[in-house]
Design a protein around this ligand. Structure first.
Ligand code: PAF
Length: 279
């Protein structure tokens, strides 16, 4: 695997591959790679000739400095995992390689910015679009692969690509789960054994909503879900929403594409999860 920390060198390398006709697939990550990330790499390998993975813990998308500080950065492990799955190129820049001092960014992504995650993490999606715009501009991939676990992020990036006419095809890949249903996340490393058990209520509740969706009212399902999660020890519910899968506005009984999304503090760790109820 080729490993670059400088964008100019990465670009030079990719230019020669593109000149030889290679289709570049891109998997942007913040590292602490797990099976979910590796499944994105595998998806990209199926559709593209060369796969680039970036590992960059992006400071502009963290609204809590403590969260940024404790974000896991096991770079040697990550490199080993990428080598094992046969990733072709790693881009692992430092902060000064990605950002000039006092850089400003604002992209009007409409309502999506302030809903759900956006409400709980003000400025988060500005930081995400800022860094993904920069990464797309450096790598110029034909296709980029994102995990469904960050469902709202996929919608936000789709909106950015549309607004800015970026020539990249986006793919959303299914959530990878542990055998007991817990959605894989780089943050799971922070869960204590007890947290880990309590966290299972999230996927359980989402599955329950999906199973009962056709025979129940959305309001009732939401109330039951909120009650089940709130009753679980050690959890503080952020939101549980049954939403239109395209807009993330609350769904009604006639909404065709529906997604259920949840966020909760589990002990000291904030987890999110979702399930596509109908598509
Ligand atoms: O999903 C993530 O890991 C990050 O939000 C992303 C897309 C790599 C941007 O920093």
């Amino acid at each position: 695997m080729e490993n670059f920390t400088k964008k100019a060198q990465l670009q030079q390398h990719l230019q020669s591959l593109k000149a030889a006709g290679a289709v570049i697939g891109f998997v942007p990550t913040m590292g602490a790679l797990h099976v979910g990330h590796l499944s994105l790499i595998k998806q990209a390998q199926q559709q593209c000739d060369v796969v680039v993975c970036s590992i960059f813990v992006n400071p502009t998308q963290f609204n809590d400095p403590k969260d940024l500080e404790i974000y896991p950065r096991p770079i040697q492990d990550d490199i080993a995992k990428l080598q094992q799955v046969g990733c072709d190129v790693l881009f692992n820049p430092g902060v000064t390689e990605m950002y000039a001092d006092n850089e400003k960014w604002h992209l009007d992504i409409g309502e999506l910015e302030g809903l759900l995650e956006g409400k709980f993490r003000p400025g988060h999606y500005q930081g995400v679009t800022q860094v993904v715009f920069k990464l797309f501009d450096i790598v110029k991939p034909a296709a980029a692969f994102f995990g469904q676990k960050d469902y709202q992020q996929v919608l936000v990036i789709t909106q950015m690509v549309k607004l800015l006419n970026m020539p990249v095809k986006l793919a959303m890949c299914p959530i990878e789960r542990e055998a007991d249903g817990l959605a894989m996340s780089s943050r799971n490393i922070h869960l204590t054994a007890a947290d880990r058990q309590h966290a299972l209520i999230l996927s359980k509740t989402l599955n329950n909503v999906k199973a009962n969706f056709d025979s129940n009212h959305i309001e009732q399902l939401t109330q039951n879900a909120e009650a089940a999660i709130s009753a679980e020890l050690g959890l503080t519910l952020g939101y549980f929403e049954i939403a239109d899968a395209d807009t993330l506005r609350p769904a009604t009984q006639t909404t065709k594409k529906v997604v259920a999304l949840v966020a909760a503090m589990v002990g000291k760790t904030r987890l999110i999860d979702n399930v596509i109820v109908s598509s």
